[in-house]
Write a protein that binds this ligand. Structure first.
Ligand code: FAD
Length: 377
């Protein structure tokens, strides 16, 4: 008899399993239907021996001291600030150029052959920005800030590929995640803590789950676990609609197909990621892991991301009607006794890793208040 069945060995499940076992002495069974731990953050050596992320590049960044301190119990870190270039066609020369993304002073000067200062760029954006009275959609956010030409070049095609929706149909939160800068800061994130687990994510998860009270079974799904094991309570980190047998209909998710390639050269890209916003290019971005991991190896591996309708559920699609449908599932989840719903899919939120860690730690605090410790036998 386990005190807890944790469904999913990603950030949400692994953080909670460790807390329950280490802080309360509870007996925890962690299962994952995939053959590995780590969830979407899983990394491993490919056939050539290059460390890659099976589910696309995962860059850790957070402003939360508490989240960073908690993860630091399970890993040392390698400082890393992610940089992204976008490959677009210059409106002035008609040539393909790679420029910093998020848009900054160098992006505009290179794209238009200008020599603007920060103050001048502020005015330049203001001249091009369209008046948007109420910012509702992802299109409104961008055209209201930098105008239509930059919106078309950097955002429209990328967003249409990524979500199969026009930015005018998507919640403003999607493009609001990407800032616009007037200075020369070309870091993708500006969080206080930016680092990669020194030995990789999987090694960090392995350390987290390495506790005498934790049993891990990969390649086991919930239905099988229910048949094979006894447990008192459940931590559910899979899709919330799946838990309830899709009884209100399916929550929409967007998927991706990853194309991993190893190249017989030391380096392939100038930065960790190059975005390809043009709609005619079927992939959205390509990333090279050695920038992230610092690995020294004669070969290098890259991953192309092709957005897809079918496949693993990666991104909850942020639209008001989807949120309304989620609310119906949330009501069911709230009423469910002895099951806790945590993580990106279980709470249908477009969360980064650090937010999931924060959510899992907060859930643990709630559990501490309402669930008595396991009887000692
Ligand atoms: P997951 O990692 O999805 O874990 C859930 C696990 O549950 C899965 O392993 C799944 O197999 C398992 N599961 C589901 N249903 C069942 C079932 N019925 N039975 C058994 N097991 C089940 N965040 C960042 O902070 N930085 C980034 O750079 C970043 N890049 C990303 C890139 C991509 C392409 C994607 C898709 C996401 C990215 N994220 C990034 C987000 C990050 O992946 C998530 O925030 C985090 O991994 C979510 O953790 P989780 O535990 O909620 O879910």
């Amino acid at each position: 008899m386990f005190d807890w069945l944790v469904v999913g060995a990603g950030f949400a499940g692994s953080i909670l399993a460790e807390r329950l076992a280490a802080e309360r002495g509870d007996r925890v069974l962690v299962i994952d239907k995939r053959e590995h731990i780590g969830g979407n953050a899983y990394d491993h050596l490919d056939a050539a021996g290059v460390l890659i992320h099976r589910y696309g590049p995962h860059i850790f960044h957070t402003n939360s001291e508490a989240v960073f301190a908690h993860l630091s119990k399970f890993t040392a870190w390698r400082p890393y600030e992610h940089r992204v270039l976008a490959e677009v066609v210059s409106p002035t020369t008609g040539e393909a150029v790679r420029v910093p993304m998020p848009i900054n002073l160098d992006t505009i000067n290179k794209l238009y052959g200008l020599d603007l200062t920060e103050d001048q760029l502020e005015a330049w954006f203001a001249e091009r920005a369209e008046q948007v009275d109420v910012v509702r959609s992802s299109e409104d956010v961008v055209v209201g800030k930098v105008g239509r030409e930059l919106y078309e070049l950097f955002f429209r095609g990328y967003t249409r590929k990524q979500w199969a929706l026009d930015p005018s149909e998507l919640d403003k939160s999607v493009t609001a995640r990407v800032p616009t800068r007037t200075n020369r800061d070309d870091r993708y994130f500006t969080d206080k803590f930016q680092a990669m687990p020194r030995d990789g994510y999987t090694a960090m998860f392995a350390k987290m789950l390495n506790h005498p009270n934790i049993t891990v079974r990969t390649g086991v799904d919930f239905a099988e676990a229910r048949r094979r094991f006894s447990f008192r309570r459940v931590i559910w980190t899979g899709p919330v609609d799946e838990y309830f047998g899709h009884r209100h209909g399916r929550l929409p998710y967007r998927s991706l197909r990853f194309q991993h390639e190893t190249l017989d050269q030391q380096q392939a890209l100038p930065t960790g990621t190059v975005n390809h916003p043009a709609e005619a290019t079927p992939f959205t971005r390509v990333s090279e892991y050695k920038h992230l991991t610092g690995q020294v190896h004669p070969k290098t591996s890259v991953t192309y991301e092709f957005p897809a309708a079918e496949g693993d559920p990666y991104y909850p699609i942020p639209r008001p009607e989807n949120q309304a449908l989620y609310k119906r599932y949330e009501a069911l989840a709230d009423a469910e006794r002895d099951t806790w719903f945590v993580g990106r899919l279980a709470t249908y939120r477009y969360y980064n890793m650090d937010q999931v860690v924060g959510q899992a730690l907060a859930t643990f605090e709630r559990i501490q208040k309402v669930v008595p410790p396991a009887p000692v036998n």
